[in-house]
Unconditional design. Structure first.
Length: 315
C-alpha cells in the first residue's frame, strides 16, 4: 500500500518483527505506527506533484502517495484521492494551475492513508468527501495493517467521508458521466472504481498496481481472488482506448491491465495448487511459484516471496 517498500524497509520490518520476541506488543505498535506514516509524510513533503493531461478537463496527478485524478469544470473540481497530509499544499497548487473552478468533491478509492491522509487538509480547502461506506467505517475507527506491524488511530473528524455509497453511484458533473462502483473485497473491503465515460478514464485504485506485485491488505478483508476478480471487472469496464489509472505505478491501458490480471490469476492458481497438495506457506514460497513472472513483476514494492506469502494466506 503506502510508500513503495524497498529492501531496507523490509529489513526494518523484519527487525521489528524479531524485536517483538523481547518487546511487548503495545510498545511495538507504538514504535512502528508513527514510523511508516511519517516516512510517507516526509517523502510527500519533498515530492513535487507531476500533472499529466488525460482528456480535455481530466488530469493525472502523481506524487509520493497514491495516484490522483482531477476533473475541472463549472460545477467545481473533482479530485480522486488525497495522498499524504504533507502533500496538500502542492496538490492545491497543482489544482489551482488547472483552472479557477472552486473545490467540489474529493473521492477516496479506499481507506488507506497514502490515499486519504490529505483528506482533512482538502476538506478544509472546501472539498466534501465521497467514498464507499467501508472507507468511512475504517477511517472512523482504529485500524491495523498486520504486514507492516502498523496500528493506526481513527482519522480526524475533518478527514471522514461526508457522503457514502454501498454499491454503485453515478455523478454527472462538468459535462461528463462518472460511474463509481464497489469491488467485492480485493485490496481491501473498501475499494471502488471511478469511470469517467466521456473522458474515457478509469481509476482502479489499489486493485491495480501497474508493473509490480500488488500489496493486498489481509487485515482489511483483501484477498487474491478478489484482486483477480477486480481486475477482470475493470477489464470489462475499459474500452480499447481507455486510460487506466492504477493506485501505484505509471498510467496503464487495457493491454497492461490484461497482463496484470493474467499474472494475478496465474500466481493464484499455482499457489492454490501447492496449498491444496498440503505445502506449508514456507514450502510454497521455497518452490518459487512466481519464477516465470518475477523478471517483470518482482522488482517493485513487494518481493516475490512476500507476494507468495500473501497469496498463500488469502487464497
Ligand atoms: Zn496505495
Ligand atoms: Zn491501498
Amino acid at each position: 500500500m503506502p510508500v513503495p517498500l524497498n529492501r531496507r524497509s523490509f529489513l526494518r520490518i523484519g527487525l521489528t518483527a524479531s524485536a517483538a520476541v523481547a518487546a511487548p506488543s503495545w510498545l511495538l505498535a507504538q514504535a512502528a505506527a508513527p514510523d511508516r506514516v511519517q516516512q510517507g509524510r516526509d517523502a510527500a513533503a519533498k515530492t513535487p506533484i507531476k500533472t499529466t493531461k488525460l482528456a480535455d478537463n481530466v488530469y493525472l496527478l502523481q506524487g509520493a502517495g497514491g495516484n490522483m485524478v482531477a476533473q475541472t469544470g463549472p460545477d467545481g473540481k473533482i479530485l480522486i484521492d488525497s495522498s499524504f497530509s504533507t502533500a496538500v499544499p502542492a496538490i492545491r497548487e497543482a489544482l489551482a494551475a488547472l483552472s479557477k473552478d472552486p473545490a467540489f468533491t474529493l473521492i477516496n478509492t479506499h481507506w488507506h492513508y497514502d490515499h486519504t491522509d490529505g483528506n482533512e487538509g482538502l476538506h478544509n480547502a472546501g472539498f466534501k468527501i465521497l467514498a464507499h461506506t467501508n472507507t468511512k467505517v475504517r477511517l472512523s475507527t482504529p485500524q491495523s495493517i498486520k504486514l507492516f506491524h502498523l496500528d493506526l488511530p481513527a482519522a480526524p473528524a475533518g478527514a471522514i467521508p461526508t457522503d457514502v455509497f454501498s454499491d454503485t453511484l453515478t455523478l454527472k458533473p462538468n459535462g461528463d458521466t462518472i460511474d463509481l462502483a464497489h469491488f467485492d473485497a480485493a485490496h481491501t473491503d473498501s475499494d471502488i472504481s471511478i469511470h469517467f465515460h466521456k473522458a474515457d478514464v478509469l481509476h482502479c485504485g489499489d486493485t491495480y498496481f501497474n508493473g509490480f506485485y500488488p500489496f493486498i491488505d489481509e487485515s482489511s478483508g483483501g484477498n487474491i481472488t478478489g484482486m483477480v476478480n477486480a481486475s477482470q471487472k475493470a477489464l470489462t469496464l475499459a474500452g480499447p482506448g481507455t486510460k487506466i489509472v492504477p493506485g501505484h505505478g505509471p498510467l496503464g491501458d487495457k493491454a497492461s491491465l490484461q497482463s496484470y490480471h493474467d499474472m494475478l490469476a496465474g500466481v493464484r492458481d499455482k499457489v492454490a495448487a501447492l496449498k491444496t497438495t498440503g505445502a506449508s506457506e514456507q514450502e510454497a514460497i521455497a518452490k518459487k511459484p512466481t519464477a516465470a513472472w518475477d523478471d517483470t513483476w518482482g522488482k517493485g514494492m513487494l518481493s516475490p516471496d512476500m507476494f507468495v506469502g500473501i497469496v498463500y494466506r488469502t487464497v
